[in-house]
Design a protein around this ligand. Structure first.
Ligand SMILES: NC(=O)c1ccc[n+]([C@@H]2O[C@H](COP(=O)([O-])OP(=O)(O)OC[C@H]3O[C@@H](n4cnc5c(N)ncnc54)[C@H](OP(=O)(O)O)[C@@H]3O)[C@@H](O)[C@H]2O)c1
Length: 203
């Protein structure tokens, strides 16, 4: 896959690293190609940097891992995204992209892309290493596009997640952000530490 990474910090960096190891072409899309968080990602295989517009042009899949309020600038800079898959990994927990509840809702209203909320519900360390002993933790996704969900699932499996569980359609996007807040509550607010994760058990 050709993947644009917009937001090359903790989350974008972890996923860019995992996906480059699987042979995907990674196009980092940054505001300033001379100075950006994650410059060390250029040491990864199949990885290059350019403007956001150039990275998007070269890609069929786009990861957004920035502060949620940056989405308005990013939509302008991305240019035409019709038919492309956008994976929204943001959480509008501290600050919403007003008047929208989440980045997913903003993208759904303002673009013709196929959108999925995914890679938002656990810490970036778990994206770099989803293995707990012999087990692998789960990822979760929500949205209305089956195509975007199938891409997100493939990329979650490429990271080493056990599976990527369908959390529901766009009416469950808010809930998936609250699920992320539940992880933040346990890991940070309740002090259990960031080395914890969710896995669905069945019998
Ligand atoms: N940290 C986690 O474990 C975690 C887990 C799940 C989801 N999330 C969510 O993922 C998102 C990113 O979190 P993070 O921890 O990866 O943040 P981070 O390390 O601070 O990285 C943020 C990235 O966003 C870029 N950025 C900021 N404003 C931008 C703009 N206007 N246009 C383009 N790029 C812009 C920054 O680029 P510059 O270097 O150029 O400033 C940086 O690469 C947040 O919404 C967060 O809630 C985080």
């Amino acid at each position: 896959m050709n993947i644009a990474i917009i937001g090359t910090g903790n989350v974008g960096g972890a996923l860019a690293t995992q996906w480059s190891k699987k042979g995907h072409n990674i196009y980092l899309g940054v505001q300033d190609t001379n100075k950006f968080k994650g410059v060390e990602l250029l040491k990864n295989e199949h990885t290059s940097v350019s403007s956001i517009g150039e990275a998007v042009k070269k890609s069929d899949t786009i990861l957004i891992a920035t502060p949620p309020t940056a989405i308005f600038d990013i939509i302008e800079l991305m240019g035409d995204v019709s038919g492309k898959v956008i994976i929204d990994a943001t959480n509008a927990i501290m600050k919403r992209p007003e008047p929208f509840a989440t980045v997913y809702h903003c993208l759904a209203e303002q673009t013709d892309a196929k959108i999925v909320k995914c890679f938002n519900s656990t810490g970036f360390e778990n994206m770099l290493n989803p293995k707990y002993g012999d087990d692998a933790i789960d990822m979760f996704m929500a949205g209305d596009s089956d195509k975007a969900k199938s891409v997100a699932k493939e990329l979650a499996l490429d990271c080493g997640f056990g599976t990527c569980i369908d959390f529901g359609k766009s009416d469950k996007v808010d809930l998936l952000e609250k699920f992320a807040l539940s992880w933040i509550n346990l890991a940070i607010m309740q002090g259990h530490g960031r080395n914890l994760a969710f896995k669905v058990m069945r019998r």
